[in-house]
Design a protein around this ligand. Structure first.
Ligand SMILES: Nc1ncnc2c1ncn2[C@@H]1O[C@H](COP(=O)(O)OP(=O)(O)O)[C@@H](O)[C@H]1O
Ligand SMILES: C=C(OP(=O)(O)O)C(=O)O
Ligand SMILES: [Ca+2]
Ligand SMILES: [Mn+2]
Length: 660
């Protein structure tokens, strides 16, 4: 039944509902006592168009508009606008035609005539051949707000929906995870010397020319569209080492994702943005050409450090952009003696900082998001002479089996503004079923860091006190927690171990061990020992303690045991933060030589030594030795490398591995 807001609904004889207003209803005596409902005054507009034009108010300018310039403002707003369009046109320039596209701001769907048109020339040379593409405008949707991006996504991108909590559900297409085998890095004289190439390295080479072929393919594709999205944002909360990034993309989904993941500039910062330090061309819907040299599939993610550009073809998985930029930081920061870290980071009330290293799915995001601590960041950080800083402006949480009780802060962050990738929801209520794996196991939520109530803004902190290495050991033989000395910390940092269950495939019973140097081999650019040496130096200098935490299996391998309860892992982490675990009694394990506490508050003591939890002791021993063998094999590639200036440390690290 319809109601008038006062809860009064009356019926007339003919059955039609008559809605009456309250006693506050006024009678206008001047017009003969005819009842007029004054609680809903009429609009001022004379026409529908006028009414609609009233709806949207112009955004407030951040600096005085022309004529009322601030006395020291070097350039006018108009000039600044022009420079901005020139910069975007230069970004989108086809390098074979040596001229940028005609760039115009705004949605082509809006009937209003474009106000600014600019045709940017790289070089002052006459255009030799004019093709249709150079006659066409490139419409740019520049740093749109989340609300505008929602509208764009819902209107134009199939698979975009608003969930019951207000998040934007999207589909990333055929690819639902990163494609490390399709990543290429331009090898030139400089990078040939500087980067890590060869066995174990994530850097698969391509030449400069092939990069340009793919760049041209992406740029032409983007310019052929009705419109492109451009995000100008920052990386790194450390103001001295902030990097300006531009992301050109074809989907509102990608634009909103990067809006969330990078640091969002204030309107003032945006005005003075200037030329970006790094540009991503995301033409993910369009494949690369398999006849192009170096291409082994229709997907290619290409990094050119000299040009400071990245090109994405053939994958729409948004995580590719954030992790691509992370690779760039892994190159730029060490050049400045800054250590880049694939880690989560949080800080206690007393200013004690903890780093959480670990491969995908080991718990960086889950464990750094802690209601009792300030969140500095969930995934990518820098450690400088003065402390730590988050590289990003947002978090990227896994959502598979997400439960409100276990991860309340992440649950509550999934609201308006959050991008929810590849989840399944009820077609009517739009309630998400986080247990549903129909699209992928890798369902994700991307949200600005301030969606976590106790985020530390700005996302910086003092030097870390604890360095926690997370491993999800699906073999079930690593202890839930062990205290590491420095050589052990380095050994496990360089090893970068985790073992995950092999996914949903039938018949796969064995966990699969993964070793990924520095817990991020897919993103590091230099040899792992470079990062390891910096970490050792910093941990030593600042007296940080290393810990190895197994967030994986207990009571047997995958299949017979089960994953350690998140509640227990949280108790272990609490004891590390509070310092109480430092005071515990320790015993040393066989083979790996790990120091394990005999007691941790809130955790059953019998699970602290994994041997106790296995009913078949022989099976435990066999599995332990098997894992130790895998560690040994993996580390063989590093044995002829020196770590830091100190040969003694190198020897100690080599001795810190399993002994059997
Ligand atoms: N004991 C545990 N410790 C940490 N995470 C756990 C544990 N048990 C289950 N999980 C789940 O494992 C996943 C960890 O993923 P996440 O924190 O996103 O990893 P990362 O950020 O390192 O990629 C989450 O889905 C979390 O709910
Ligand atoms: C974004 C990613 O990182 P993580 O799984 O560590 O959150 C990824 O691997 O795609
Ligand atoms: Ca202004
Ligand atoms: Mn994460």
């Amino acid at each position: 039944m319809a109601s008038n807001g006062n809860g009064q609904v009356a019926m007339k004889g003919n059955g039609l509902k008559k809605i009456t207003t309250s006693e506050k209803q006024k009678y206008n005596k001047d017009n003969g006592g005819i009842c007029q409902d004054m609680s809903a005054p009429t609009v001022k507009a004379q026409t529908i168009d006028e009414l609609h034009s009233l709806q949207k108010k112009k955004s407030a300018p951040t600096t005085p508009i022309n004529g009322t310039q601030a006395p020291f403002s070097p350039i006018s707003d108009q000039e600044r606008q022009k420079q901005q369009l020139q910069s975007i046109s230069a970004s989108l320039a086809s390098l074979t035609r040596e001229t940028g596209p005609k760039v115009v701001k705004g949605d082509p769907a809006n009937k209003v005539q474009p106000t600014k048109v600019h045709h940017h020339h790289h070089v002052e040379a006459p255009t030799i051949s004019v093709s249709d593409s150079s006659l066409k405008f490139t419409h740019v949707l520049y740093n749109l707000s989340p609300a505008e991006l929602y509208e764009q996504a819902i209107k134009y991108e199939k698979g975009s929906f608003i969930t019951s909590t207000g998040a934007l559900a999207t589909l990333s297409g055929a690819k639902t995870g990163r494609a490390p085998r399709d990543k290429r890095v331009v090898r030139d004289d400089v990078t040939g010397e500087e980067l890590w190439w060869g066995k174990g390295s994530p850097n698969i080479e391509m030449d400069e020319h092939t990069f340009m072929v793919n760049r041209e393919r992406a740029v032409d594709y983007l310019n052929s569209l009705d419109k492109v999205f451009v995000n100008d944002q920052f990386l790194n909360w450390d103001p001295e080492n902030r990097i300006k990034v531009r992301i050109v993309s074809a989907r509102a989904y990608h634009s909103l994702f990067m809006h969330n993941m990078c640091i969002r500039p204030t309107p003032e910062e945006l005005e003075d943005f200037g030329t970006p330090d790094f540009t991503i061309y995301n033409a993910g819907q369009f494949p690369c050409n398999r006849y192009t040299h170096y291409m082994t599939s229709s997907t290619s993610i290409d990094l050119n450090l000299a040009r400071r550009e990245m090109v994405i073809l053939g994958t729409q998985y948004a995580g590719e952009m954030k992790k691509g930029l992370f690779s760039v930081m892994h190159y730029l920061m060490p050049k400045r003696q800054i250590l880049s870290l694939h880690s989560g980071c949080n800080m206690g009330k007393d200013g004690d900082v903890a780093l959480f290293f670990g491969l995908s799915g080991t718990g960086k995001t889950t464990l750094s998001t802690d209601p009792n601590r300030y969140l500095i960041g969930d995934d990518e950080h820098c450690w400088t002479e003065t402390g730590v800083s988050n590289i990003e402006g947002g978090c990227y949480a896994k959502c598979i089996d997400l439960a409100r009780e276990k991860e309340p802060d992440i649950w509550n962050a999934i609201k308006f503004g959050t991008v929810l990738e590849n989840v399944v929801f009820d077609e009517h209520t739009r309630e998400v079923d986080y247990a549903d794996r129909s699209v992928t196991e890798n369902t994700r939520a991307s949200y600005p860091i301030e969606f976590i109530p106790n985020a530390k803004i700005p996302c910086v902190g003092p030097h870390p006190k604890n360095v926690i290495l997370l491993a999800c050991d699906a073999f079930g033989v690593l202890p839930p927690v062990s205290k590491l000395n420095l050589p052990q910390t380095m050994y496990h940092f360089i090893s970068g171990y985790t073992a995950l269950v092999a996914g949903t495939e039938d018949g796969v019973k064995e966990p699969r061990a993964t070793f990924s140097a520095c817990f991020g081999a897919a993103f590091i650019m230099l040899h792992p020992t470079k990062y390891a040496a910096m970490l050792a130096e910093k941990m030593q200098k600042h007296g940080a303690t290393g810990w190895l935490v197994n967030t994986g299996w207990s009571g047997g391998s995958y299949g017979s045991g089960s994953r350690i309860k998140l509640a227990y892992t949280r108790k272990i982490i609490d004891a590390i933060h509070s310092g109480s675990l430092l005071k515990a009694k320790y015993v040393k394990t066989q083979v790996f030589g790990l120091e394990i506490p005999t007691e941790v508050e809130g955790v059953p003591s019998e699970i602290l030594d994994p041997m106790n939890t296995w009913s078949n002791k022989q099976a435990y021993k066999d599995t332990l030795l098997k894992l130790a063998g895998l560690f040994k094999n993996n580390f063989a590639t590093f044995t002829d490398h020196k770590i830091g200036k100190d040969n003694k440390l190198t020897e100690e690290i080599l001795a810190a591995g399993p002994n059997f």
